[in-house]
Design a protein around this ligand. Structure first.
Ligand SMILES: [Zn+2]
Length: 292
């Protein structure tokens, strides 16, 4: 397979080694797995600067925003419930249109967001305030050290070029004992799903890939968080949202995916319970950790 010249090979973000095996070849760069730690990631891929430029200019529309916000409201309320005791300054990294931060503000949080998409940035500034939202990547925002009581990254970490560097920066700007909550797609689940659908195992329902730059699992997330000096690490299956990232267009296909999602999620929860949260096979994972 030939790649555009702008795609470049990268080392594992956790080990900094280039000891990968190719798991899948795609037009967006290979999905590889680090033989040392097991992290799934894309390599070769666009440079971090090109990725940021791509997100900055991505087109969305108001109807899409509304559907996404509605489908995630229960998840967002559960996150706010989890961090209720830390109430103070809350930073949401990749805050999109600011809907989650708006819910937080109503519950007494002082909201801050960073968002690199121009479309979302404008909406977030309208929904919150001009001074609450910053249109740059987190490291460029240069927040003071020990500022935030809680930081959230909801479906963001696996889109970032340098998750390890991002968690180091979050560790710097969180107060001591401050709370980090993140939601990521479960890498092992999505790599398996992509491989099954690439081979057309299920045949009837078209599915688009939902693997971004990284695919984390319980093991690689724990290594990453420990390296970034977080403690009290808890990783578990995520609550199911009403959204559909698999991009079916026909009503019947969407309906079938919804039923499959709910059935699989219930099964994943049983596996988690029986294994005392050691085997996490749901499509997304939640991470809770504290700054030491
Ligand atoms: Zn590695």
């Amino acid at each position: 397979m030939k790649y555009p010249l702008s795609l470049k090979g990268v080392p594992c973000n956790i080990c900094k080694l280039k000891a990968e095996e190719i798991i899948m070849k795609t037009d967006l760069g290979n999905i590889v797995r680090c033989k040392n730690c097991g992290l799934f990631y894309r390599s070769p891929r666009l440079s971090d600067e090109d990725e940021i430029r791509r997100y900055k200019n991505l087109g969305y529309d108001d109807a899409y925003c509304e559907i996404l916000d509605r489908s995630r409201k229960d998840l967002y309320l559960a996150v706010l419930e989890e961090i209720e005791a830390y109430k103070g300054k809350l930073l949401d990294v990749g805050c999109a249109d600011g809907y989650f931060l708006g819910l937080a503000q109503k519950r007494g949080w002082e909201p801050y967001g960073v968002e690199i998409s121009d479309f979302y940035l404008e909406k977030a500034k309208k929904n919150l305030s001009e001074k609450s939202v910053f249109g740059v990547p987190l490291k460029i925002a240069k927040f003071p050290s020990n500022l935030f009581d809680a930081v959230t990254l909801l479906d963001v970490l696996d889109h970032l070029g340098d998750p390890r560097g991002e968690l180091d920066e979050i560790g710097r700007i969180l107060k001591k004992k401050g709370m980090l909550i993140a939601r990521v797609r479960n890498g092992a689940f999505h790599v398996l799903l992509d491989r099954l659908f690439e081979k057309n195992v299920f045949g009837i329902i078209p599915v688009s890939t939902v693997f971004h730059l990284y695919g984390f699992d319980r093991h690689t997330l724990a290594i990453l968080l420990k390296k970034a000096n977080f403690s009290n690490i808890r990783i578990e299956n995520s609550k199911l949202t009403g959204g559909n990232p698999y991009c079916q267009t026909k009503y019947l296909e969407r309906y079938m995916i919804n039923i499959i999602k709910r059935t699989y999620s219930a099964f994943a929860e049983v596996v988690s319970l029986l294994s005392r949260k050691n085997v996490l096979i749901s499509s997304s994972l939640m991470i809770y950790a504290k700054k030491k």
